[in-house]
Design a protein around this ligand. Sequence first.
Ligand code: ZN
Length: 176
Amino acid sequence: MFICENVTDEGDVEGEKSEDDKKSFIKIPKTLKRDLYFFDITKKIAESQNDRFGYKFAAMIVHRHKVISVGTNLEKTHPFAARFGRNQDSTFWHAETHAIYNAYKNGIDDSIFSKSTMYVVRLKLKNNKGQKHQILGLSKPCKGCMNCINFFGIKKIVYSIDQDKYGYGFDIIECK
Ligand SMILES: [Zn+2]
């Protein structure tokens, strides 16, 4: 689990922090920095969605440093979404299946999927003293989406975790 509040940047100047401060922080390796960068973009896409259900979802597929496709939860059914649904009644687009379909439709094949990372963000809408604000919620892909991710051979998944429980951050699944 990667919690952003507990980390510091690699480029920190020595001597700015006391030894005690330094001990409580860890440095971010380059791959995590890249994940954080694309995770934040995925979060921005989620923020731009309508909140019909009290939450918002977005998924993004990245190959090396290039965004291949994005997807969102939609109130629309599709045979592809139904094929990779959680169960028989699950025929609406999930952000993950939507992103994979959008990439597939544009000619992305296994050779690219197998070197790609999928970012998934769920935002929960919280009411705080009459003011609505959005915080990260758990977005671990459901069974149907995991089938789809494995079928197309995506290498890695970075998904949001409950912010009110753990802080601002994500978890990672390395797919086989
Ligand atoms: Zn799903």
